[in-house]
Write a protein that binds this ligand. Structure first.
Ligand SMILES: [Zn+2]
Length: 81
């Protein structure tokens, strides 16, 4: 994984972040997702495996017929070393 930001060439560092994840029409929030975050512009970079796992979490949840609040899901997948 790159250690420089693609956009501003700033330094990126590994962090756990909350992600607003869009799945179709739905917006869900996944907490504690490991990402590389740019110190300068805040751009987040995700591992392909991490991204796949987020999709799985988004797809796997039971769909409520009506919802007033945003769902928050905890990211529990271990980070690849
Ligand atoms: Zn940047």
């Amino acid at each position: 994984m790159a250690d420089k930001c693609f956009f501003c060439k700033g330094k990126v560092a590994q962090e756990k972040v909350n992600v607003d994840f869009r799945w179709g029409k739905d917006l869900i929030v996944i907490e504690g997702v490991p990402a590389m975050v740019c110190r300068q512009c805040g751009e987040k970079y995700f591992d392909a495996e991490v991204y796949k796992e987020m999709e799985k979490l988004a797809k796997g949840r039971i769909k409520p017929s009506k919802r007033l609040t945003i769902d928050v899901i905890k990211f529990e997948h271990p980070v690849p070393a």
